[in-house]
Design a protein around this ligand. Structure first.
Ligand code: EPZ
Length: 417
């Protein structure tokens, strides 16, 4: 397993450009199963989760051409396999996104239950309940979901908790159902809005995406999809914090500032400088940072996927910061590792109390999940001395060319086998 070695303490300077949003690509790839023809997706990021989803879509019968420039062409005319196997689903929970499209397109699906993951139980009970409400016959057997539906029918469905992929799954299934579906307490993430826009351009009838009530009129078929993936808001947030935690000045190009509004306000509250100029964000910091409190919530709130990175920043801020994780039940795996670098953090349930220290010191640490590993990289960039981060495959799931992008900003970072 590879490690990343970082010699910290160097202010980052220069420009970094953001890659396509992983969490926008995954539902789009699943949505191609709703169509029968050549779908084209541009600006696809080179990250492991996308490779896993491509592998799954090919297993289901699609023919895929991958081009160097991030362009994908997926021919889904011969999709005929209904099984998403355990060995794929267990490595990436977002594989469950094929459930709705397979049911809508082929009338059957056999998808492995995702199993738990580092940040929590992460069941898909709300996905299953919604598909049942649309008339699907669903049984759980041998760790698999066995689902059948001659024809899904529209329904009114309320999400007990806001679920991003739950909303995407049911929205996709509803595009080919009989009649009208209303999804209440729906997720409002940009990735959901994007999926609705792309589906509408292929002939779907979806209204209200971006609000908590999405209305879908079923149609008989969709044209192949064609879209360009928008920049990744979590990658944007990560490089913003990298510039600030190292006391540098970083320009982030090809981003959408509006998607990280909650973070921008928090960083300014902490005393950082954040300038917005169209698709470019400039971040810098002069003097000490002040500790601020953070509470994660569904979009447009402070994203849970940025919580670990923000906590890393708060470990070197002045004062005490209270970080509350309201979305997942166990998303503090980075705390023990940050403590190894000298961070002062106490955890009480889903709240972490961070007491800022003057500086962190480099240490060997271990990545546990995608965003926790980003948090460790950020802390290592700020720490005095050398840090090594093991299990970097977690980073590769969601960050394209992280070492290259950070080296270009002046970081002393290298990957060792
Ligand atoms: C999406 O996961 C993202 N993944 C996650 O990003 C992100 O952390 C999460 O949304 C929250 O924003 C993708 O989009 C591929 P949820 P998802 O369903 O859809 C509970 C990353 O780092 N829940 O919105 O799986 C669930 O346990 C990843 O890129 C149920 O109880 O998350 C959680 O506590 C990590 N039953 C909460 O809802 C369900 O059926 C929100 O989960 C579904 C969810």
């Amino acid at each position: 397993m590879d490690k990343i070695v970082i010699n910290g303490g160097k202010p980052l300077r220069g420009r970094v450009d953001i890659s396509g949003a992983k969490n926008a690509v995954l539902p789009i790839l699943a949505a191609t199963l709703l169509t029968s023809g050549r779908n084209e997706v541009l600006e696809v990021p080179q990250v492991r989760d996308v490779a896993t989803m491509i592998h799954l879509i090919v297993e289901l019968g699609a023919a895929i051409e991958v081009f160097e420039d991030g362009r994908l062409v997926l021919d889904t005319s011969r999709v005929d396999n209904i099984e998403a196997p355990y060995d794929l689903v267990r490595t990436m929970r977002a594989s469950c996104l094929v459930l709705g499209p397979l049911l809508a397109r082929l009338g059957a699906a056999r998808v492995s239950l995702p199993g738990g993951c580092a940040i929590g139980a992460r069941p898909i009970d709300l996905h299953i309940k919604g598909l049942k409400a649309m008339g699907a016959d669903i049984r759980l057997d041998g760790g698999y979901i066995h689902a059948f539906a001659d024809k899904l029918r529209g329904t009114r469905y309320y999400f007990d908790t806001v679920s991003v992929t739950g909303t995407a799954n049911l929205m996709m299934a509803a595009t080919l159902a009989d009649g009208e579906t209303v999804l209440e307490n729906a997720a409002r993430e940009p990735e959901v809005v994007f999926l609705a826009d792309v589906l509408n351009r292929a002939g779907a009838k979806i209204e209200g995406a971006g609000t908590d009530a999405i209305v879908i009129q079923g149609v008989s078929s969709l044209r192949p999809l064609s879209c360009k993936i928008f920049p990744d808001r979590i990658e944007t947030a990560t490089y913003m914090i990298a510039g600030i935690i190292t006391g540098g000045a970083v320009e982030i190009g090809n981003c959408i500032p509006h998607h990280v509004e909650a973070l921008i306000l928090k960083l300014r509250e902490a005393g950082a400088t954040v300038e917005e100029n169209g698709p470019v964000l400039k971040v810098s910091r002069n003097g000490k940072l002040k500790a601020v409190n953070v509470q994660t919530s569904p979009y447009p709130g402070f994203a849970t996927d940025i919580q670990a990175q923000m906590m890393a920043l708060m470990t070197v801020a002045e004062g005490q910061s209270i970080v509350t994780e309201s979305v997942f039940e166990n998303r503090f795996m980075h705390v023990a590792e940050l403590r190894r670098m000298g961070a002062g953090i106490a955890v009480r349930g889903n709240t972490a109390i961070v007491t800022g220290t003057k500086e962190l010191s480099g240490a060997p640490v271990m990545a546990t999940d995608l965003r926790a590993s980003a948090s460790l990289v950020l802390a290592a960039l700020a720490a005095n001395g050398e840090s090594s981060i093991s299990r970097v495959y977690h980073i590769d799931r969601g960050y394209a060319s992280m070492e290259r992008k950070l080296s270009a900003l002046g970081a002393d970072i290298r990957r060792v086998p």
